[in-house]
Ligand binder design. Structure first.
Ligand SMILES: NC(=O)C1=CN([C@@H]2O[C@H](COP(=O)(O)OP(=O)(O)OC[C@H]3O[C@@H](n4cnc5c(N)ncnc54)[C@H](O)[C@@H]3O)[C@@H](O)[C@H]2O)C=CC1
Ligand SMILES: C[C@H](O)[C@@H]1OC(=O)[C@H](O)[C@@H]1O
Length: 255
């Protein structure tokens, strides 16, 4: 039980990586506030709530578009009201609508940046303000990506947001270190979720991605649980400004 007594707030908790991490945190003893888009995911959230309640943990949820700069503050306020405070904030919500560069619609570009980076910025700020008020430090984790370090022809709008999140955690580590608030980035590789279901449905793309991974398989959302729980826990008490690749070795596989 690495997170006993901790109150965790996570965005994008309805499915994929966020859902796995939320459940993993609860299994490690945390109470959890689930942020979600509210867009027809009520059943997913209800099931997740039940899975967490069965573990004997407190759980709450709040719907809201993370691209709205007030959503993060609302989530944090909800956690204070229903869980009694915030010890860990995990910025996970994100989108990656694959599209070529030369004809990138402005709407797609702005929506991606707004969801992945701007929303995360204000949510991290709201979490940090609450942690400052509590006066006991805390842990903030941004789900960035291997794409913070490398490019993608169909991800020119997306990769800058992931590099931005990595940079945000580095700067926040400096800004918030004196308050005992640790800030770290998780960099998943290719994890099978809804975000890339269509992309990986192409058998050539799928086997290309798979063949790049030394550990020999695509990632699963559960592969992120250990790294997230570690960074959230006191085991990582001297870890801040760090980034942790969780990619089966894909990044270092040049030849
Ligand atoms: N699946 C992958 O290969 C990788 C994913 N990531 C990142 O992991 C994070 C989670 O993605 P996945 O679980 O893979 O995808 P997913 O599509 O399964 O989950 C995304 C989550 O974000 C939520 N979300 C999306 N837009 C939102 C909005 N405007 N407001 C509130 N919530 C919103 C969705 O409702 C969902 O819960 C994302 O930030 C993604 O960029 C990073 C590297 C690799
Ligand atoms: C959505 C992509 O498949 C996924 O997201 C990332 O951040 C990585 O670049 C993966 O390719």
């Amino acid at each position: 039980m690495l997170l006993a007594g901790k109150r965790v707030v996570i965005t994008g908790a309805s499915r994929g990586i966020g859902r796995a991490i939320a459940l993993g945190c609860a299994r490690h003893g945390a109470d959890v506030m689930l942020g979600h888009s509210g867009r027809s995911n009520e059943d997913d959230i209800l099931t997740l709530r039940q899975q967490i309640e069965v573990l004997g943990r407190k759980v709450a949820d709040l719907a809201g578009d993370i691209g709205d700069p007030d959503t993060g503050a609302a989530l944090i306020a909800g956690a204070v009201e229903q869980l009694g405070g915030v010890d860990v904030f995990i910025s996970n919500a994100g989108i990656c609508p694959f599209h070529a560069f030369l004809d990138m619609p402005r709407e797609t570009y702005y929506r991606t940046v707004n969801t992945n980076l701007n929303g995360a910025y204000f949510a991290v700020q709201a979490a940090a303000r609450q942690m400052q008020q509590q006066g006991e430090g805390g842990a903030i984790i941004a789900v960035s990506s291997i794409s913070a370090l490398v490019g993608g022809a169909m991800q020119t709008h997306y990769t800058p947001t992931k590099a931005g999140l990595l940079s945000l955690m580095q700067s926040c580590a400096i800004a918030l270190g004196p308050l005992g608030i640790r800030c770290n980035a998780l960099l998943p590789g290719t994890i099978e979720t809804d975000i890339n279901r269509q992309d990986l449905a192409d058998p050539h793309k799928r086997s290309y991605m798979q063949n790049r991974i030394p550990l020999g398989r695509l990632g699963q959302p559960e592969d992120l649980v250990g790294p997230a729980v570690f960074l959230a826990s006191d085991l990582a008490r001297y870890v801040t400004g760090a980034s942790l690749l969780v990619d089966g070795g894909m990044y270092v596989n040049l030849q």
